[in-house]
Design a protein around this ligand. Structure first.
Ligand SMILES: Cc1cc2nc3c(=O)[nH]c(=O)nc-3n(C[C@H](O)[C@H](O)[C@H](O)COP(=O)(O)OP(=O)(O)OC[C@H]3O[C@@H](n4cnc5c(N)ncnc54)[C@H](O)[C@@H]3O)c2cc1C
Length: 450
């Protein structure tokens, strides 16, 4: 193969939480030959930088190898819904191409601005995890350039590489191509039902009552309310809407709405507790309740309308803390966590509660139970100490923290949460023995010593 050089620049990189920040070289190969020219040096694959913490930040002396320019569709079969694409294709681009043809992503995170490779590397889950599981279940095959060679892997061919790469945070190597099965839909609309729950117990009861009737469910939670209002929230349920009878082309038509942009970082004084409490109370009171038929963007990607919303947390950045508490302790553990959050005054405005099932990859995050994701503005050591206490609580209930959102978990807590890490790292080392692909996350969690 003719090996050509991709341009390299020096960059200040961060995840979506804007902390930590890493100074590193970055390059975005435009072709397989440019990519091949990069793989002999230390690197870390990077997509759209939408992981929150340090999973997408290269370790010291490693170069960020960005997939943004490796973004070609290779094939799409409109009869079977099988898509083959390079890893830099975004979920937004996939939806733009496939929704008019009657197909949707089988699993999608809460933003469409992520790359397909990044979605595979985090084994993303969506609002249908309790029924459909994570992205792993819809992958037919994945091509990975590892330091030990380039392989096409699946559950049948090199299952060790497949199960270590999916949800493997780029540590086995660079995912170049992904083949997956999409989900047929009859319209670009979603039939939704929004229900207000005055407290956590009623929210759990609503989840239990409606989960079977709706493919998608997620609740926004007021993590700042206390007492009887602890855990009040709004449950949002949805199913892909059937055809309306207007004709297929019209039913599958999308209407892109204008996006707003956050122009600068929010001053810290606006992020004080009274401000956030009032904001949460207003969301709870004024969220529309009841049934509706709406475009899929509004239901799946409400945050995507506000470009750069991560600046709302100010220059210091924020953590997104997402954890799962498995059943049968899911409800009890969530209640204890919310009590602690209210006491420690940690929560912010965008907290999301979901039901989940079990992941089957080597380093699984989701376990059947409840998962809560909350934004925590960074306010120095007090924030770190409070999150350490939350780790202890999560561990007591047999739970774990989601690494694609993490920037501060300690190695001992990680090892206790993820007993599977040893087996996963044995496989990672088989394909990447000298840590040529390596991240700040891997260094911080001491993964190479696991
Ligand atoms: C608003 C918002 C909502 C979100 N909602 C959800 C959600 O509901 N569920 C969920 O699971 N996640 C969610 N996420 C997290 C997001 O889906 C994941 O972090 C995803 O991995 C980001 O993809 P990316 O392209 O931005 O990858 P990056 O952030 O650039 O990288 C993420 C990881 O993938 C690796 N990687 C990237 N590209 C490749 C490649 N080509 N080959 C090998 N490894 C690669 C990187 O090394 C890194 O470890 C959300 C994020 C945001 C900002």
């Amino acid at each position: 193969m003719d090996v050509t050089e991709a341009p390299v620049c020096r960059a200040r990189l961060s995840g979506w939480g804007r902390r930590p920040i890493a100074e590193a070289e970055e390059t975005a190969p435009r072709s397989p030959s440019e990519l091949a020219g990069q793989l002999a040096r230390p690197y870390l694959p990077r997509g759209q930088g939408r992981s929150y913490g340090d999973a997408g930040l290269p370790a010291q002396g490693h170069r960020a190898l960005n997939s943004v320019r490796c973004d070609r569709f290779l094939s799409f079969n409109p009869a079977s819904g099988v898509l083959d694409a390079e890893s830099g294709v975004t979920l937004q681009a996939i939806l733009a191409m496939t929704v008019p043809r009657g197909y949707f992503l089988p699993v999608t995170p809460g933003t469409m601005f992520v790359s397909l490779g990044g979605a595979v590397a985090s084994n993303v889950h969506g609002k249908n995890h309790h029924g459909s599981g994570s992205l792993e279940h819809f992958l037919i095959e994945v091509e990975v350039s590892t330091p030990a060679g380039t392989f096409t892997c699946s559950r049948e061919a090199r299952p060790d590489l497949f199960l270590a790469t999916v949800g493997g945070y780029g540590l086995t190597g660079f995912i170049t191509r992904v083949k997956l099965r999409l989900k047929p839909i009859d319209s670009a609309q979603v039939e939704t039902l929004r229900l207000r729950a005055p407290g956590l117990d009623s929210l759990f009861a609503l989840f239990a009552k409606h989960d079977k009737g709706y493919e998608y469910s997620v609740a926004w939670l007021d993590t700042l309310s206390r007492g009887r209002a602890l855990g009040r929230g709004v449950l949002m349920l949805g199913n892909h809407a059937p055809a309306s009878g207007r004709g297929k082309a019209q039913d599958l038509e999308r209407r892109e709405k204008a996006r707003l942009k956050v122009p600068f970082s929010m001053p810290a004084f606006l992020l004080n507790r009274p401000g956030l409490t009032a904001f949460n109370a207003a969301i709870y009171r004024f969220s529309p309740a009841g049934a509706a038929r709406e475009g899929f963007e509004k239901f799946f990607y409400p945050l995507d309308y506000l470009r750069g919303w991560n600046r709302l947390y100010g220059k210091a950045g924020f953590f997104q803390y997402q954890f799962v508490i498995p059943d049968p302790k899911g409800e009890e553990g969530m209640t204890a966590a919310l009590e602690m959050l209210a006491r420690d005054r940690l929560g912010a405005s965008l907290s999301v509660l979901k039901r989940c099932g079990d992941d089957e990859v080597m380093l699984p995050f989701c376990k059947r139970g409840y998962t809560l994701a909350l934004d925590v503005p960074y306010r120095g050591q007090a924030t770190l100490d409070a999150l350490d206490r939350l780790d202890e609580l999560v561990l007591r209930y047999g739970g774990r923290v989601y690494l694609t959102k993490d920037a501060r978990l300690k190695p001992a807590a990680f090892r206790a949460m993820y007993p599977e890490a040893k087996g996963w790292m044995e496989t990672v080392r088989r394909y990447n023995p000298e840590a040529r692909s390596n991240s700040l996350l891997a260094e911080r969690l001491e993964l190479w010593r696991t």
